[in-house]
Each structure stands twice: as structure tokens, then as C-alpha cells.
Design a protein around this ligand. Structure first.
Ligand code: FAD
Length: 547
């Protein structure tokens, strides 16, 4: 239940603490956005916001970023998000380029390798091993250098007051209760989210009873550039080799072998690893027993407070999508907030955050559950049947493509939200990131480096006048207008707008469905509208622009 707007919303633990009053919106403690939680999603959201000139403060309850063995694989899409946040060079230093996942059957034989449908399409390797603690540290350092951003460690948020114009949060830092105000608050405070509880937002789904031992070890000899899922019902397990001899192992435990909150037994660790290697205690970098959850918050927004990442959804890790989904949340919301704060979009645009993100997240949670229950089953009969069915499916081209190109993953596309649907050309899809020759910069570079981080209006084989008229139509969005020289043709007249040339057929392939059209691309690289110059303007979208 959402509480009345003007009453402070507090956790039960702090309800008896004296009210410290609200921050004055004009005071030094007021910023554009407060982010609760310096986990990877909060730090990502804050970086994206600060890169767009938004003043943002992150409150984190711990003194340091976390050192838990959690996310181990980051997608190409997520690396593209960090390109927009100006952090990708730093992060490429902590990831190992990876190709996907190889699945092994019940008897230990490889069955198929699941990789990208079009490797490199988004400008980065597909599925890349890394360690979440390294990511959090790197993002914190990145944020430290961004003007307008600050991270306050050892500051536990204990209460939140959503509001129509300003939100207030109360936090406790070094024993002192303080209050700060912001136009928006982002709850990035993880699965046990205090903010979500304060707002009275429940979750739907279930928790899984199985215990998993998760180990990060050093001195490992695995050199594969992909993860390995061993679907042996006797002992389902996952291996993900990382850089410099690091390796992640995840073992499903049998009853009595361990439980969350207990210290894993080194004798058990050594025995589980014995088929792959010997190990000394000092080579165990991290070891935790987890239980996983499939849970989605019932609503992701209360007035000007939004839920992101694990605060909004949790899933088993078998598709490697928990953090990647949280990064998508941040990438979806950050530019919308920045545009609303800058007056480029009306605040109704923010409704599209949940409309767009929820269906993909729910489908990803379902996929993660299915992968867990099928690939990681301990039921020998089910495992035999599974292996038989997959081997039969792999005999057909469609079956091969389904498994080897991961077509079982839900497509990341939007059918409703901040876009103008079209029967004429694909809308709501993320455009790839081919290399282009940028005639203005006189060099070959990645598409996003040429287009920048704001809206882009692209003319795919339209004339210069048509591009100029369309730019005037969407002027409030301040898009960067450019011509695409594709299918071997330049724009017909001299043009003030930059021209991007295809260099290796990838730009051609990406924009073939848009030939003869204007393409409006959002800052998160999704196509918001595509229309022929002589057709009706994308009115569905224009209503989000200020008059
Ligand atoms: C074993 C395992 C393997 C995984 N593998 C993958 C993978 O390969 N790929 C993938 O994409 N995902 C993976 N995940 C999921 C991923 O780790 C999570 O989705 C991710 O940590 C979520 O990030 P977050 O920032 O939303 O939340 P968190 O990481 O939980 O961070 C929340 C932050 O908020 C802080 N906080 C909490 N309450 C407060 C408060 N009241 N005030 C201030 N601060 C607060 C916390 O201290 C913490 O720093 C895995 C998870 C596990 C457990």
C-alpha cells in the first residue's frame, strides 16, 4: 500500500526515531537525483546521469563497495551502455572478451555452444567474464571524476518521502540522521530494498529451495573464452574462466552440504574442485552459499521514486542476466530523467520506464528459471530426456539456430512506450553499432562515437531538405542530424549535416529496413520512429515533447 504523499514513510526499525525534518529543496543538500545504493546498478545510473549534466548524489550504507562473488558475465549491450557513460575504456581493463556458453550433457559431452546471433553487432564481444567487485570499484572511481556527482559511503537511507515535485530521503551517517531532497530518487538498494519496503511495494514470484556454492578462485588453468554449464544431474555445476588465472565455479549442493549464511567447508570446496584442480585455502578468493529468487516488484514507481535493478527484480543467475537487466533499467531511465529535467520531454515520458522494461524483465526471469530447472536439474530421467530432445532439435537448421544463437532469449525490444509504432519499418528495436567513416571527423569510428549520447535523427537515403524539415519537427529533442551514405549512394546535394559512410557492409545491413526513411534514434539506441518523408509525422511520439 502506498502511503499518503505528505506523511513520512519510514522503515519499522526507524519509525520511532525523531523526525529530523525535510531538506529545503533550495539547500546545499538538494540535487536533481538521489540514488540509493552504490551497487553496480546505482553506480551505473549515477554515471549515466552525471554524464548528461544531472547533479546526482549516491548514498551507500556500506563503507566500501561490495566484495561478494556475484555477477560474472557482462553483455555487449551493457558495455555499450558504459561507452555512453564514458567508462568503457576503464571497464575493458577488467573484462575478458567472451563468446558465450557451452552446454555439456549428463555424461559430460559437449552438446552445443550458445553464442551471439550476430557477433560484434553492438560494438563489443558478446558475453564477457568479469568480477562484480572489480566493476563496482571501477565505477566508483569513474564517478569520482565526473562533475556534479558525489558518492556518500556509510550513509544508510532509512526513510523516503515521495512527492509530486520533490522527494526527501532520510539517511543515517556516522550515527547522525540527516535529510536530503531531490527531484527524483532511484532505489538501487538491491533485493532487500529498504526503499521498496518503505513504499509498501510487494513482489510476486518465488524463492528457490536449492543451495548453491559459489566460488571465485585464483591460480586456475582453465583458458576457455566461454562459460561451461555442466548439466550432470549428479552434481550440476558451472565454470566461468576469467582473466589472469581467476575462475568462477558454481556447484549445486546436496542437502546437508551447506546453507546460506554459513561458512563453506574447505574440505567440501577441495573435494568439489578435485576433478579439475587441487586448491590451497589462500587460492579461494571468495566463497558464499546462495539461494536464488524469481521475484518482480508489483510496481516500479511511486510518484518520483523509481525502483531499478535487484530492487525491482531478482532472478536465478543461470542466464547471466540479473545485473545485465539492471544495467538496462539504468540505461532506459537515465536519459529520460535527464531530458525531463532539461525540459526536452514532458514528465509523462517517465511512465514509459516500467511499460518498456517490465515485459522484458518478466520474460528474462522466466528464462532464467527454465534454464535453472532444465540444465541444472538433479532428476536423472529428466536430464536424459532433455539431452535426447536437444540432440534431436540440433539436427534441424531451425533447432541449431534456436540453441546456438540463443534464440530462446527474449528479444530486447519494445512494442509500447516512448515510440511511434509503425507498420512500415521496425520500431522499438535497438540499432546495432557498426563502424562508420565519419566524413566530418575524417576517421573510421563506432557509430555511437559519431552520433554522441543524445537523440539522433538519421536520413537513410533521403534528401537534405527532407532531413532539415524533419529536424525542425523534432527540434525540442535537440537531435544530432546526420545522413547515412548507404547502398553505395551519398546524399544528393551539399549538406550541412554530417555524412556517415558504410565501411564494411554493416551500416548497410543495419539500416536496410529503413531505406528512404527518416529514423529517430533515442539516446539508448532504440529506434523511436521511422517514417517516409511524404508520410504522416510520428504524432504518437510528438506528444511527449513540450509545446
Ligand atoms: C552467484 C551469483 C551470480 C550472478 N551472476 C550474474 C551474471 O553473471 N550476470 C548478471 O547480469 N547478473 C548476475 N548476478 C546478479 C547480480 O549480481 C545482481 O543482479 C546485481 O548485484 C544487482 O545489482 P544492484 O546494484 O541492483 O543491487 P546490489 O548489488 O544488491 O547493490 C545494492 C547496494 O545498495 C546498498 N544498500 C542497500 N540498502 C541500502 C540503504 N538502505 N541505504 C544505502 N545503501 C543501501 C547495498 O549495500 C549495495 O551496495 C549474479 C548473482 C549471484 C548471486
Amino acid at each position: 500500500m502506498v502511503q499518503a504523499r505528505d506523511r513520512p514513510i519510514m522503515t519499522a526499525r526507524h519509525a520511532s526515531t525523531a523526525d529530523v525534518g525535510r531538506a529545503d529543496p533550495g539547500s546545499e543538500k538538494s540535487v536533481d537525483v538521489i540514488v540509493v545504493g552504490a551497487g553496480p546498478v546505482g553506480l551505473t545510473a549515477a554515471s549515466l546521469l552525471a554524464t548528461r549534466g544531472v547533479r546526482v548524489t549516491v548514498f551507500e550504507q556500506a563503507e566500501h563497495t561490495s566484495d561478494e562473488p556475484k555477477a560474472i558475465s557482462i553483455d555487449d549491450e551493457a558495455l555499450r551502455v558504459y561507452q555512453a557513460a564514458g567508462a568503457v575504456d576503464r571497464l575493458l581493463g577488467i573484462v575478458t572478451p567472451g563468446t558465450g556458453t557451452t552446454y555439456f550433457d549428463a555424461s559430460g559431452k559437449p552438446v552445443f555452444h550458445a553464442g551471439a546471433p550476430r557477433p560484434g553487432r553492438f560494438g563489443y564481444p558478446f558475453k564477457n567474464p568479469f568480477a562484480q567487485p572489480d566493476l563496482e570499484r571501477a565505477l566508483q572511481q569513474h564517478l569520482h571524476n565526473l562533475p556534479g556527482a558525489s558518492v556518500v559511503m556509510d550513509a544508510e537511507v532509512t526513510a523516503v518521502w515521495p512527492g509530486a515535485a520533490w522527494a526527501n530521503v532520510r539517511y543515517v551517517s556516522r550515527g547522525r540522521a540527516e535529510t536530503a531532497a531531490a527531484r527524483y530518487v532511484l532505489a538501487c538498494d538491491g533485493g532487500r530494498s529498504t526503499v521498496r519496503r518503505c513504499l509498501g511495494v510487494g513482489m510476486t514470484g518465488r524463492s528457490h529451495p536449492d543451495d548453491w556454492l559459489v566460488l571465485d578462485v585464483t591460480g586456475d588453468r582453465h583458458v576457455e573464452c566461454y562459460g561451461m554449464h555442466h548439466a550432470n544431474p549428479e552434481r550440476p555445476h558451472v565454470i566461468i574462466p576469467g582473466a589472469r588465472g581467476r575462475c568462477r565455479y558454481e556447484f549445486r549442493l546436496r542437502p546437508g552440504e551447506g546453507a546460506p549464511g554459513t561458512q563453506p567447508d574447505f574440505v567440501l570446496v577441495r573435494s568439489l574442485l578435485s576433478r579439475y584442480r587441487d586448491i590451497e585455502p589462500l587460492q579461494v578468493e571468495r566463497a558464499v552459499v546462495y539461494r536464488f529468487h524469481s521475484l518482480v516488484a508489483k510496481r516500479w514507481r511511486v510518484e518520483n521514486v523509481f525502483l531499478l535493478g535487484d530492487a525491482a527484480h531478482m532472478m536465478p543467475p543461470f542466464a547471466g542476466q540479473g545485473l545485465n537487466s539492471g544495467i538496462r533499467d539504468a540505461a532506459n531511465l537515465a536519459w529520460k530523467l535527464a531530458d525531463v529535467l532539461a525540459g526536452r520531454l514532458v514528465s509523462a515520458a517517465l511512465e514509459s520506464y516500467e511499460t518498456e522494461r517490465r515485459p522484458h524483465v518478466e520474460a528474462t526471469v522466466r528464462l532464467s528459471e527454465r534454464l535453472g530447472s532444465l540444465a541444472m536439474t538433479t532428476n536423472a530421467r529428466l536430464a536424459t530426456r532433455r539431452d535426447h530432445l536437444i540432440r534431436s532439435a540440433l539436427q534441424t537448421p531451425a533447432g541449431r539456430a534456436y540453441f546456438e544463437e540463443m534464440r530462446y532469449r527474449p528479444p530486447h525490444m519494445y512494442t509500447h512506450g516512448l515510440l511511434a509504432a509503425s507498420d512500415d519499418a521496425p520500431v522499438g528495436m535497438m540499432i546495432g553499432q557498426p563502424r562508420v567513416f565519419d566524413a566530418e571527423a575524417r576517421c573510421i569510428r563506432l557509430l555511437d562515437d559519431s552520433l554522441g549520447t543524445d537523440w539522433a535523427l538519421l536520413g537513410a537515403g533521403v534528401d537534405t531538405q527532407q532531413l532539415a524539415e524533419a529536424a525542425a519537427l523534432v527540434k525540442p529533442l535537440v537531435p544530432r542530424a546526420a545522413h547515412l551514405a548507404i547502398q553505395g549512394r551519398r546524399p544528393p546535394h551539399p549538406t550541412a549535416a554530417p555524412v556517415l559512410f558504410d565501411v564494411d557492409s554493416a551500416l548497410d545491413a543495419e539500416f536496410a529496413p529503413y531505406l528512404g526513411r527518416l529514423v529517430l534514434v533515442r539516446p539508448d539506441h532504440f529506434v523511436a520512429a521511422a517514417w517516409r518523408p511524404d508520410a504522416a509525422a510520428p504524432n504518437e511520439l510528438l506528444r511527449y515533447m513540450p509545446c
